[in-house]
Design a protein around this ligand. Structure first.
Ligand SMILES: O=P(O)(O)OC[C@H]1O[C@](O)(CO)[C@@H](O)[C@@H]1O
Length: 431
């Protein structure tokens, strides 16, 4: 990926960062890079994620999915990083396998998705690093029952991706299911380039080697200076803009195929950096669509946002037919791609003209190689930002309170958190 931070400079935007401040920050980037490289060399928790291009074995993944390689559809049962990486990859790339991601426990939605599938031709990929995530286990039990009710042997169509031990690992052992490991030291939101994110891609027939090659190329660009490393340029700029008031980061890919990527980025950025009252709030958006829903706020609202554009330089295109409508005649001589590109550049310039900071991330196109580089590059950006914030980017302790409360509410044990739910302060306003 290439990064252009010009529109985040103080000469363009407020908040913005001066070239001098960037150069001073670059010293900290160099120190952070050394810490990151040490963590990678020692396969330390979290930093190990940046070694996935070398650790992930595409052959192992293809062997595991071989029994269901002809599936017409795949249900991935997982949540958070155990679903979003895989969803990002398969949504970004053209494939003819119907993909369903059960990453919520909305009963009507789960039922409608299951009823829409030919279960006898459907594979199941149940993914959980811990193996104990309530939503994933609940949905798996529902999916298994649906297969049994349909007379389909779920054990012949299920792949398990989980940590070394736990209920899912036991299930795989008990039923002799293909089992892939969530690599040690890799938090879920950093696991897209591991079996966690690549089983669905394998079943869809995508080029796993190209994904990893693109990630590898990005890893080779990691250096001790933000001026030589696109990933660090992005992570350092986002961090610096947050420190100057841009506490919100709107991620706006100008490609429908990257809409899920923005959702993946939101978890990566929020769950990694949202600690100790710090962190930049990610907003998921989509270009051109959200020019007609959010741009007003980004251009004329509070000066508390960085806008991040992601744009491929090349894309398939389609002519716009000529029209007899005079005021629209100019459209008839162009293509949808030219319209999209013009709108992207116009929106980018519109924000700059209003002094609103924005950064452009460019891909050559949206294919496996470029996608692997984008995923890896944003992970490396996030690791660097975590070093600059001086937070632990690799844990998520704040999510445990609600998990305990939920378990208590469902009779899964005695938890003070569940008691606190009952003590909610209320001021109801009713019709
Ligand atoms: O893969 P697991 O262990 O099911 O966790 C799923 C998701 O839940 C979290 O642990 C947060 O609750 C995320 O960090 C993770 O991606």
């Amino acid at each position: 990926m290439d990064v252009d931070i010009g529109n985040a400079l103080a000469s363009v935007a407020s908040p913005g960062i001066s070239r001098g401040a960037l150069e001073r920050l670059d010293e900290r980037v160099g120190q952070a890079h050394e810490r990151i490289e040490t963590g990678r060399a020692n396969h330390e928790h979290g930093y190990a994620a940046l070694n996935l291009p070398e650790r992930t074995d595409p052959g192992e993944i293809r062997r595991a999915v071989d029994p269901v390689g002809d599936a017409e559809a795949l249900i991935t049962v997982g949540i958070g990083g155990s679903a979003l990486g895989a969803a990002t990859i398969v949504d970004a790339l053209e494939g003819d396998t119907e993909m369903v991601f059960l990453d919520n426990v909305d009963p009507e939605w789960v039922t409608s998705r299951l009823e829409s599938l030919p279960l006898a031709e459907t594979a199941i990929n149940v993914v959980s690093k811990s193996g104990t995530t309530a939503e994933t286990l609940a949905n798996f039990l529902v999916v298994r029952e649906a297969f049994e009710d349909a007379g389909v042997d779920w054990t012949e169509r299920t792949i398990v991706t989980t940590g070394e031990a736990g209920p899912l690992s036991d299930l795989a052992e008990r039923h002799n299911l293909p089992k892939l490991r969530v690599p040690d030291g890799v938090p879920g939101r950093f696991s897209a380039l591991s079996p966690v994110g690549m089983v669905a891609a394998a079943i869809a027939g995508h080029d796993l080697e190209a994904l990893l090659e693109g990630a590898r190329a990005e890893s080779e660009s990691l250096s001790g200076s933000l001026f030589e490393c696109p990933a660090y340029a992005y992570g350092a700029t986002a961090y610096a803009l947050d420190g100057r008031g841009a506490g919100i980061n709107a991620m706006i890919p100008y490609a429908e195929s990257l809409e899920t990527y923005a959702e993946w980025f939101a978890q990566l950025w929020a769950e990694s950096l949202g600690k100790d009252d710090l962190g930049q709030t990610p907003v998921r958006a989509l270009g051109v669509t959200d020019q007609h829903s959010q741009l007003q706020l980004y251009r004329a609202g509070p000066r508390d946002k960085l806008v991040t554009f992601v744009a491929p330089r090349e894309r398939a295109d389609r002519e716009i037919p000529a029209t007899e409508v005079e005021e629209l005649a100019y459209l008839g001589d162009s293509t949808l791609g030219e319209l999209l590109e013009a709108e992207f550049e116009a929106t980018e310039a519109s924000l700059a003209a209003a002094g609103r900071p924005n950064v452009r991330i460019e891909l050559e196109t949206v294919d496996e190689y470029e996608l692997g580089g984008l995923l890896y590059g944003m992970e490396a950006s996030c690791v660097l930002a975590g070093e600059l914030y001086s937070v632990n980017a690799f844990n998520q302790p704040a999510v445990e309170w609600a998990k305990k409360a939920t378990r208590g509410l469902l009779g899964g044990g005695e938890f003070a958190e569940a008691d606190a739910v009952a003590e909610k302060t209320t001021l109801r306003v009713e019709r």
